[in-house]
Write a protein that binds this ligand. Sequence first.
Ligand code: NDP
Ligand code: 2IT
Length: 452
Amino acid sequence: MTTRSETQSTLDHLLTEIEHRNPAQPEFHQAAHEVLETLAPVIAARPEYAEPGLVERLVEPERQVIFRVPWQDDQGRVRVNRGFRVEFNSALGPYKGGLRFHPSVNLGVIKFLGFEQIFKNALTGLGIGGGKGGSDFDPHGRSDAEVMRFCQSFMTELYRHIGEHTDVPAGDIGVGGREIGYLFGQYRRITNRWEAGVLTGKGQGWGGSLIRPEATGYGNVLFAAAMLRERGEDLEGQTAVVSGSGNVAIYTIEKLTALGANAVTCSDSSGYVVDEKGIDLDLLKQIKEVERGRVDAYAERRGASARFVPGGSVWDVPADLALPSATQNELDENAATALIRNGVKAVSEGANMPTTPEAVHLLQQAGVAFGPGKAANAGGVAVSALEMAQNHARTAWSAERVEEELAAIMTSIHTTCHETAERYDAPGDYVTGANIAGFERVADAMLAQGVI
Ligand code: NDP
Ligand code: 2IT
């Protein structure tokens, strides 16, 4: 029987090896650290998980594709971007995970996202493996025609690697309904197949699921509510700070408002808006979803209750709840200190890895309920899997049915994380609970399927 400390030193050795084998990929190192630092108790307790090579296989993607994406801008100039798809783990089902179009995308970013996705998808309890992709293409300021040509070029390579039983991409930063439409069209043209289940997040008239656009934000609010319930509280009357103003942020604010909380902020890379009366969602949707504008326009048009703060940290705004919904490492030690000083009760991650490890530590030490993204934002990919189920059955469920299933999945993820944390002597530690529960499900499938 190996002890926890012997197991931890084996894992530490592996982490050093990961850093050497994957140079210049700090986000991937960070994601691997965050998971491997919590697995010693389960590996020490269950000898089958100490099998040589199991964790080593888990941290090595099954396949990584990198490709050139040439396209012409509206002036006829040829532009060249880089495309990625990292197919990380398919023990539980076809690779599943979004595509991110953002200038900061590189292989390390896609690997961190793909690695997180393995555990997140396992936690949903559904049959989906982990993958992620994207490009360093920046859609900001590009015309619809440019975005279409880019998506068509991107898919002209990606189509070889995906399929409803193989790998099923969806949206992420910079990829929403418009991009999924162009990508699906090109896939259909090249393959001459109506293969609805090859992409999720499709339009509702042509194979998309109701509630998929809302699912990540709604799910995160349900997860936050479940954490509060554990402490004998609910959302009613709580003030919430939300970062971002894209898909996840908008539907986080919508659900918070519906459940009686007051969401007072949103942000983008130019700064943040604070609105004492609570964010006016019709106005925010008009500016962001229709006009594709910036958040300062919200403050200009809203009137006296709102102001725009250029730059600055949204986490300085006093609140009971914080729901980071923009990007990785957006909530650091200083932000955590400000939130704690202002009496925050819960932080629930809508984005992937938005809280730095130091900030997570501070929040947990201060007794703040902390919901890690791989549990709290799993509602989006869960409804993607429900979209795949509807596509497979050539049917469409009602919004009520999808929302009921989403709520049941989020409750089950919360319970699983909570109970797993207790089982491994870390009561209330959702990070440990999520990592161990996700790991157990994937590891069991990998062990059963042999060394591949
Ligand atoms: P969107 O593209 O719809 O919105 C992203 C928002 O975050 C924008 O307001 C954007 O502002 C801001 N943002 C992005 N990058 C940065 C940056 N480097 N610095 C400051 N602000 C930034 O993306 P989503 O809402 O879909 O995704 C948000 C987060 O949620 C991501 O971490 C994503 O991985 C995660 N997620 C998404 C899911 C989904 O279903 N869409 C599911 C689970 C997690 P600006 O326009 O100025 O860049
Ligand atoms: O990070 C994520 O879970 C997503 N971007 C959604 C993935 C999906 O396949 O719906």
